[in-house]
Write a protein that binds this ligand. Structure first.
Ligand code: GDG
Length: 754
């Protein structure tokens, strides 16, 4: 993200928000000492921040050792660096960061369930810290800023920020894997995490796999279905995208061409004589798979003792999260293992494993990359893994072999590496042997392909692509109606009634008057709804129309006795009152039905929980009762098959709310409402309420001055939206109260006149 403004003429300021800042601070005597953060996130974003005009908001660490003077100095330094600190108490930080983020979310998202403590009590601190971040970001952000939140420490921040800044453009990027929904389900706070993330406009992942896992979790946990790269939630469209993070390849190449670094790499090589060098560079983290990598090296030496003096394994382990018990344990395990392997395999000339616990400068890092014959990157899981890419970028000589875990996000981009299953120690040993003996021509061919990708898809492209998408994330979204409270809705209707004599209520049934049941026959009309509709229908100068996709028989059975008009099969049939005949409003061709029936019946027998409804001129395949993931999969499958089967037929296939509707083209709710509008004349006020896509046809033909409501959060043509069928019923009760009162006033006035 070097200078986003320069690169793409982006005028909007970027606000980066992450747990840790790119620099760490501590007191050294009476002086402030700054350290550079070494993690992947900081490394990736640092150069762009330094050269752009962004603001970086994050936790500066525990500053309690600092004197007042030092704090003042620090404030000035931070201001120069365009850094805004979020201060947390040491106790809060420990519970939020070590406890919940690194203690629970990190192992869970990396599929390492046995690393999660039995009983975690830190959720409240996690919420509190996210709230605190939200307050600080809200106090610094303007409407025009692009707010870019990073990583698993801040999963709730998008929605907390959305509450404070409703129209802000908020992006979120997850640097670690998003696990499969079976794993994610384990998290006791799974709903909170998903709804927390859905406060963003754009959610980015390293790979399509993670993005898919997220979408499936939304479906299984929240019942929300994603449309490939977007999710409708809370009246907004949230985009999802795969943005594989790159590195600053040019900078690595530049360092690799520095004569001092070249000399350093030669020195490292010489120090190990003629031995081939296998290199490992990782933060010392249990996700990085060090023990199994060491076992693979041991297996290699067991199987080929002749390699003992011909191979050297250099492992650089960067100290990480040393205050977390699990990290102290992994360090002890790794060091014990190295001791054992070296004890067995060392010769008088040297030991096979050269272990360094500590950090090195970037120049030393590149010198190591250049000195290595093989780089072993073998995490058990890794969001991306930048070390693999840095190795490739540093190999300007075109040589070197990358052995890479298939469980690292980088594997989806770096297919020319030797990909390994890191749970298979024998397989890894074999891959290391193959890497060591790979002919030069093959090494160069593979490295050339890897370099062509790593050197062109840089961290700057990554950041710019994400920010461009975030900048335009609101464009082209369907209009979302304003959420109306019942008093607001009533005041709109009362306003309309001031200038219109009669009232025409057009109501959808399922999802509007009754909540959905798992199957259509369970959404019966309860006694209180019957009473409500009866009283509405008896109001003077008021017509009530139920316009539904249901069949005539279905509507008749539940609503037949009420003094209201019924319209079945999306307006194909109408019946103006009880005991009146059903009139067919159109004569669609139904020949196609015999072709479709066998297909739908096959799905009916194959998919547990689905329901097939056959209508006089169509079908509805309901999957609300099907396990959500399976239901969504089959629904997609059926739609694809139907589109093929019905090509050239006068039929449309509609995806409704957990239902696939197959109905004749041109027969929609609009046709009956259009007829009502023509016969009603200008004196009638239309009030329409619906929840489904089929109700959009109805909203589209309402005359000017009508009042319309969409039930739920999806985009709609309606003027307002209401939250639930319960709110619809409250609104209808209030309409009865108003109309009755108006009636009483009219009568009283008439009496007074006589
Ligand atoms: C997370 C995800 C994802 C390390 N030691 C030194 C040093 N480093 C630099 C490396 C590299 C970075 O730290 C480590 O990045 P990774 O990607 O390997 O891993 P994580 O820290 O776990 O990062 C990861 C990443 O976020 C980005 O989204 O790829 O999957 O877990 O850049 O060079 N740099 C220097 N000295 C060291 O001793 N100079």
């Amino acid at each position: 993200m070097i200078l986003p403004t320069n690169h793409n003429d982006r005028k909007d300021r970027v606000i980066l928000v992450s747990n840790r800042l790119p620099v760490g601070v501590r007191a050294s005597g009476d002086k402030l000492e700054f350290t550079h953060s070494s993690g992947g996130l900081a490394t990736g974003l640092k150069s762009s921040h330094e050269q752009g005009d962004s603001l970086w908001i994050g936790y500066p660490g525990d500053l309690k050792g600092l004197t007042d003077e030092m704090r003042l100095e620090l404030e000035c330094k931070f201001e120069d660096m365009r850094i805004v600190p979020v201060h947390l108490t040491a106790a809060d930080a420990a519970r939020y960061c070590q406890g919940m983020s690194n203690g629970v979310l990190w192992p869970l998202f990396h599929y390492l369930l046995d690393r999660i403590p039995n009983h975690s009590r830190d959720w409240k601190s996690y919420v509190k810290a996210n709230e605190h971040f939200a307050d600080v970001v809200a106090s610094k952000a303007n409407e025009s800023d692009l707010i870019w939140i990073h990583d698993y420490h801040l999963l709730l921040l998008p929605s907390l920020l959305r509450k404070r800044l409703p129209s802000a453009r908020i992006g979120f990027f997850l640097h670690i894997p998003f696990p499969s929904s079976d794993i994610f389900q384990i998290l006791p706070w799974r709903e909170h995490v998903l709804t927390g993330l859905l406060g963003a406009d754009l959610i980015g992942f390293h790979t399509f796999g993670y993005m898919h896992h997220f979408a499936i979790s939304c479906l299984r946990t929240l019942g929300i279905e994603a449309e490939i790269d977007r999710i409708e939630y809370d009246g907004r469209t949230i985009r999802l995208g795969a943005y594989p993070m790159g590195i600053d390849a040019a900078q690595f190449e530049k360092i690799a061409n520095d004569p001092a670094v070249i000399a350093d790499s030669k020195r490292i090589r010489a120090a190990h004589g003629n031995a081939k060098i296998i290199l490992g560079i990782d933060r010392l983290d249990y996700t990085k798979g060090l023990p199994r990598r060491l076992l693979a090296v041991e297996r290699l030496l067991d199987q080929r003792p002749s390699l003992k003096s011909k191979v050297r394994f250099i492992q650089l382990a960067i100290p990480s999260r040393e205050d977390v018990e699990e990290y102290q344990r992994i360090r002890a395990d790794v060091e014990q293992l190295i001791g054992r392997i070296n004890g067995i395999h060392a010769t008088v000339d040297g030991a096979p494993i050269h272990y360094i616990y500590g950090s090195v400068t970037r120049e030393q890092l590149v010198a190591l990359y250049m000195a290595a014959d093989v780089l072993a990157v073998t995490p058990l899981r890794d969001g991306m893994n930048l070390v693999a890419k840095e190795f490739v970028a540093s190999r300007a000589d075109g040589d070197g072999v990358l052995v890479l875990s298939e469980f690292a996000g980088a594997a989806s981009e770096l297919g020319e590496a030797l990909l390994v299953n890191t749970y298979d120690v024998d397989g890894m040993a074999a891959a290391l042997a193959r890497a060591l003996s790979m002919p030069e021509s093959e090494r160069r061919r593979r490295m050339a392909s890897l370099r062509s990708r790593v050197c062109t898809r840089t961290v700057h492209d990554w950041a710019n692509t994400f920010l461009d998408a975030l900048g335009t994330s609101r464009e082209g979204n369907a209009k979302i109606a304003t959420l109306a409270t019942v008093p607001i809705a009533i005041s709109e209707i009362t306003k309309g009634l001031g200038t219109h004599k009669s009232l025409i209520l057009v109501l959808d049934y399922d999802g509007t008057l009754v909540p959905f049941g798992t199957s259509p026959d369970l959404a019966a009309c309860d006694p209180s709804l019957q009473s409500l509709l009866r009283r509405l229908g008896q109001l003077p100068a008021t017509q009530v129309h139920i316009v539904s996709g249901r069949t005539r028989d279905g509507l008749e059975a539940w609503l037949g006795q009420l003094p209201i008009a019924l319209h079945a099969e999306h307006g194909l049939w109408s019946r103006v009152g009880p005991a009146e005949p059903w009139i067919q409003n159109a004569k669609p061709n139904a020949d196609w039905k015999s072709r479709v029936r066998p297909l739908l019946q096959e799905y009916l027998s194959r998919v547990p929980g689905c329901v097939l409804e056959e209508k006089s001129a169509g079908f509805a395949w309901h999957y609300r009762g099907v396990e959500p993931h399976l239901g969504a999969l089959h629904a997609r499958e059926i739609r694809t098959e139907l589109v093929e089967l019905l090509a050239q037929s006068p039929v449309e296939v509609l995806a409704g709310s957990k239902v696939i509707e197959i109905r004749p083209t041109g027969v929609n709710k609009g046709i009956v409402v259009r007829a009502m509008v023509e016969s009603a004349g200008p004196d009638a006020l239309f009030v329409a309420i619906g929840d489904d896509r089929t109700d959009e046809d109805l909203f589209a033909v309402l005359p000017p001055g009508s009042v319309s409501f969409h039930v739920g959060a999806a985009p709609s043509r309606a003027g307002y939206r209401l939250e639930s069928p319960q709110k619809v019923r409250t609104l209808l009760e209030q309409i009865i109260a108003i109309r009755s009162k108006q009636q009483l006033t009219v009568r009283r006035d008439r009496l007074a006149e006589t």
